[in-house]
Design a binder for this molecule. Structure first.
Ligand SMILES: C[S@@+](CC[C@H](N)C(=O)[O-])C[C@H]1O[C@@H](n2cnc3c(N)ncnc32)[C@H](O)[C@@H]1O
Length: 248
């Protein structure tokens, strides 16, 4: 199994088209994150710890936030060069964030990026790092797929998206808490198709585990909403939207 960075390095040139075909709505998403940040962050300095190709961050900059876009995959960041994030792109890993303590008012992570962290010890390290780089009163906003979504949606998934000379086949295989996601991208080249494949492991964390780890990392207040909404999450939440506050 390849590691997460290798997976995203390989699919980076196609990522924006893939997620667009899968229905990602970044404009709406940026409005939602803006609302949560405006109500909960003490200032406008934001670190996206898993920025990908920067779609969301570019929109947040337009909304007046001072955003640094970090990702472990330089190939993903490279795709954002046309988005005007300029000197705000940072190659780095969320378990060793290359910024000094208290540098940000908020940190964000979107699109299930933290489900690719495969052990609780590792996730705790990430939470500790995020806690360190936040100011007192800072907030960490992130989403994660719930165990319910892996059981009811991802388990056994086979899905094909098609458009613009590209076909994307998704398959998912669940084994307990771990789901193996396989992607096959077919690109039309004249009369032939070129195929690019990759596999990624994702882990489902029960909400109580996530909250327990956030508390151990020092976050004293944690709120869980239904993603893209403001109602509290429950048993059938597909994606958790979590807000964790650093209050010293
Ligand atoms: C599903 S993509 C989400 C990208 C972006 N947030 C979005 O909404 O489109 C997950 C991203 O997490 C990044 N990632 C995975 N492990 C990471 C790590 N240890 N540190 C920083 N970024 C990481 C990947 O490279 C990838 O760009």
């Amino acid at each position: 199994m390849e590691d997460v960075k290798t997976f995203f390095d390989r699919i980076a040139p196609y990522y924006d088209r893939i997620v667009q075909m899968a229905g990602a709505k970044y404009v709406l998403w940026s409005k939602y994150i803006k609302l949560l940040l405006s109500q909960n962050a003490p200032g406008r300095r934001i670190l996206d710890i898993s920025a990908g190709t920067g779609s969301l961050d570019a929109l947040l900059v337009k909304e007046g936030f001072d955003v640094y876009a970090m990702d472990v995959s330089f190939a993903m960041l490279k795709q954002s060069l046309h988005r005007g994030l300029g000197g705000r792109l940072v190659a780095g890993s969320f378990d060793a964030i290359p910024f000094s303590s208290g540098a940000f008012d908020a940190a964000i992570s979107t699109f299930d990026s933290l489900n690719t962290v495969l052990s609780s010890d590792e996730l705790l390290r990430v939470f500790r790092e995020v806690h360190r780089v936040l100011v007192d009163g800072g907030v960490f906003l992130f989403d994660m797929n719930s165990p319910y979504s892996y059981r009811t949606y991802w388990d056994g998934l086979e899905r094909v998206d098609e458009g613009g000379g590209m076909m994307v086949v998704w398959r998912a295989f669940r084994n307990g808490a771990i789901t193996r996601l396989r992607i096959d991208i077919f690109l039309r080249e004249g009369r032939c198709w070129r195929r690019i494949s990759g596999e990624l492991l994702e882990r489902a964390y029960p909400l109580r585990t996530i909250i327990g780890l956030l508390r151990r990392a020092g976050f004293s207040r944690v709120i869980c909403l239904n993603h893209m909404g403001l109602s509290p999450c429950g048993r059938s939440t597909m994606r958790y939207q979590i807000m964790a506050f650093k209050i010293v």
